[in-house]
Design a protein around this ligand. Structure first.
Ligand SMILES: [Zn+2]
Length: 402
């Protein structure tokens, strides 16, 4: 019972793993050019997001300034209300004083008692002239005081009106400040979003740049699918192409040709003496990209593109008896690409290959990827190097691959 539950979960997890799409699989259909386009568009986004960031910051600042100016207007208005209230209070006192003053004036004319003082004052006139005089005095005094009090009252009314207006204005300003504060909050949210966006964009740019650097370092073509480019599996070190070899029979470079005996003939690789029919291995992981069969010089040949320690190489194994691989095949350093020949394939022994005098493997090594980085055979030849400078192959032979 327990066992079947475990099996069930293992099954579920396996299915889940299989269903999750690998991000590498998605990106590998792209080309280096796609990555460069991506980078350009990311940089555009970076710049436009940066502009939006700056614009939003400016908007926040100007909105805050707007709020400050409205707050300072409210403060000023509150001061003006206090001033108006103080002035009105002072005017009330003035009015009281004015009324008192009138009483004093009237009493100076001995007319200050009771409600009917003015009438009494007038009717107490002894003569008609006195009556006219008293009436004129009364009128003057009353008019003067009335005018003063009316002016004060008017001013008080004005102050009351001003206070109402200012209070109304404060209400308006406060509601404006409240919506501006909301605006500031919104802008703040937007800015936070933009800040996050720019961080994401920057990280994305960094990763795309790293990808571009990597794919360029392994020599992918601009329009080559990265998937294809990556199919040349890298390796860290070279290995010997044979498990066992008796000796190095001919070195890379200029020599007298062993068959034609022409002097100063260029030898494109290292000849390794080995029993015919021995397994031949790639010198590193790689992709087979070219096979030549029964060439009159070189016989059966296998060309492989390698990536060793981040550097690109092309190797070629010649004089093979058989070929076990196909074009496009990915090989590891453990794949048997064919069997060594050189004797029965040799011309001297009735074979087709005029460039071998005995059982051996010819190994060539060139920098870069032939038929990918460059296509001409002359370029390939100019890029040939001495294999023994890069692969540990002792002159006296060996009996293991490393
Ligand atoms: Zn050779």
């Amino acid at each position: 019972m327990k066992k079947s539950v475990v099996t069930f979960f293992v099954l579920i997890i396996t299915v889940m793993i299989l269903l999750v799409p690998s991000s590498e699989a998605v990106s590998s259909a792209k080309t280096l050019q796609d990555l460069k386009n991506e980078l350009a568009s990311l940089k555009k986004q970076q710049s436009s997001t940066g502009s939006s960031q700056k614009l939003t910051k400016d908007q926040i600042n100007s909105t805050k300034n707007n709020i400050y100016s409205k707050q300072s207007e409210i403060e000023k208005n509150q001061n003006r209300i206090v001033e108006a209230q103080n002035e009105s209070a002072a005017l009330e006192v003035e009015i009281e004083n004015g009324k008192e003053e009138l009483g004093e004036i009237l009493s100076a004319y001995q007319i200050a008692n009771g409600d009917n003082v003015y009438l009494e004052y007038i009717f107490e006139s002894k003569t008609f002239e006195d009556l006219v005089y008293r009436y004129a005095v009364m009128e003057q005094v009353m008019n003067y005081q009335d005018e003063r009090i009316a002016a004060w009252k008017n001013k008080i009314d004005q102050n009351t009106q001003l206070k109402l207006e200012l209070q109304e204005r404060e209400k308006t300003l406060n509601s404006q400040i409240s919506s501006l504060n909301k605006e500031v909050n919104k802008l703040g949210d937007k800015l936070a979003e933009l800040d996050e966006m720019i961080l994401d964009i920057n990280a994305e740019i960094k990763s795309v740049q790293e990808n571009i650097k990597f794919y360029e370092s392994i020599g992918c073509g601009l329009n080559e699918k990265l998937e294809t480019c990556l199919s040349v599996k890298g390796d860290r070190v070279f290995s010997r192409p044979l498990v066992k070899a008796s000796r190095i029979s001919s070195e890379f470079g200029y020599r007298t040709h062993p068959v034609t005996h022409q002097p100063n003939k260029f030898h494109s690789g290292t000849d390794i003496s080995v029993t015919e029919g021995s397994n031949v291995y790639p010198v590193a992981n790689g992709t087979v990209f070219k096979i030549v069969r029964k060439s009159s010089c070189g016989g059966n040949m296998v060309y492989i593109q390698h990536l060793v320690n981040g550097k690109k190489w092309t190797s070629c194994s010649m004089h093979l008896l058989t070929i076990n691989v196909k074009i496009g095949q990915q090989v590891t350093s453990q794949t048997v690409i064919g069997l060594s020949g050189g004797k029965t394939t040799g011309y001297k022994y009735g074979g087709y290959d005029q460039c071998t005098t005995g059982a051996h493997l010819h190994l060539s090594l060139a920098t870069g990827w032939y038929e990918k980085d460059y296509t001409s055979y002359n370029t390939y030849r100019s890029r040939l190097v001495n294999p023994r400078s890069y692969i540990n192959m002792p002159k006296g032979g060996w009996s293991s691959r490393y």
